[in-house]
Design a protein around this ligand. Structure first.
Ligand SMILES: Nc1ncnc2c1ncn2[C@@H]1O[C@H](COP(=O)(O)OP(=O)(O)OP(=O)(O)O)[C@@H](O)[C@H]1O
Ligand SMILES: [Mg+2]
Length: 274
């Protein structure tokens, strides 16, 4: 199948109410929402990913931890089409071959990504940022001048509450704190109803209070969305952890509950320290 064909396939099937979890148009009926197998990425002979195999189930909140240089960001680059692996397999649901798709096609298929630095429209209000995010969704056939229908208004209101910015709705995004900008960007991603959301170090630079509120936010998203969260802040990971994957030298070193990985000798050795 050519990449265009793959992209066109995506919206063929629809699961109306379980879109977020089941992945509307993404076939997760017989398996995970994300399937990576034997992914190898080399930079000038150095293997940033070395036969990485990892699967994420629909509706999962997966935490990925591991030392600097373990390959966590590179893994996200592969999933989003930014970096092409030398070898391996990467599927989104049962049928969507990520390695045959371009970055925009992958984004359109429903994989959203949050980079470390917040990228909000500073000169627009919080509300307008969410509005703009919704309208950049290709499926919403409305110009920026079109008046929002009440369903759209409701979605924005719900998202504002979820990201704890309901009382900041009319405020310019540029005036928000770093943590609030991060929440706004997460809200903007959610407006596009991603089937899988990748977040790279979402609480870096946040205050303790912001980190704690972010953990609450992620816990409220768990089960409703499929999330992959990379983080070094172990306190934060402990607050949101379900299944945790430890990467080391481009491969999975350990996987399991927070308790399991924290007590794993190899994980203690390479990452958590004694
Ligand atoms: N474009 C690139 N060119 C060359 N080397 C790269 C490139 N991108 C990443 N690397 C190398 O690949 C390895 C994995 O990097 P990566 O950024 O994925 O690690 P990470 O687990 O995200 O680390 P951190 O926790 O510090 O963010 C590192 O040694 C890094 O220097
Ligand atoms: Mg990284």
């Amino acid at each position: 199948m050519n990449p265009q064909g793959a992209a066109l396939h995506i919206h063929a099937a629809a699961g109306p109410d379980y879109g977020h979890v089941m992945g509307e148009g993404v076939d997760v009926s017989h398996g995970p929402i994300l399937y990576l197998d034997d992914i190898t990425v080399s930079f000038d002979g150095f293997r940033a990913l070395n036969k990485l195999t990892l699967t994420v189930e629909a509706g999962e909140l997966r935490c990925i931890i591991g030392p600097n240089g373990a390959g966590k960001t590179t893994m996200m680059d592969v999933i989003t089409g930014k970096t092409r692996p030398d070898l391996g397999t990467a599927f989104f649901g049962q049928t969507i071959d990520l390695l045959r798709m371009t970055e925009p096609q992958i984004a359109h298929a429903g994989i959203g990504r949050k980079f470390q630095k917040p990228t909000v429209f500073e000169n627009h209000s919080v509300f307008e940022n969410l509005e703009l995010a919704m309208k950049t969704d290709k499926r919403v056939k409305a110009s920026l001048l079109t008046k929002l229908d009440s369903a759209a208004q409701d979605r924005i209101a719900e998202t504002l509450t979820l990201i704890r910015l309901a009382d900041q709705s009319g405020r310019l995004a540029g005036l928000l704190s770093h943590g609030q900008k991060q929440w706004l960007e997460i809200g903007m991603l959610l407006m596009q109803e991603p089937r899988l959301l990748l977040l790279d170090e979402p609480v870096a630079g946040m205050t303790d209070a912001e980190t704690e509120r972010t953990a609450e936010l992620f816990n409220s998203l768990a089960g409703k969305h499929s999330l992959v969260v990379v983080e070094h802040d172990m306190d934060f990971v402990g607050r949101i952890a379900r299944k945790v994957t430890v990467l080391h030298e481009g491969s999975v070193l350990a996987e399991g509950s927070m308790d399991t990985v924290q007590n794993d000798e190899r994980v203690i050795e390479v990452y958590l320290g004694r």
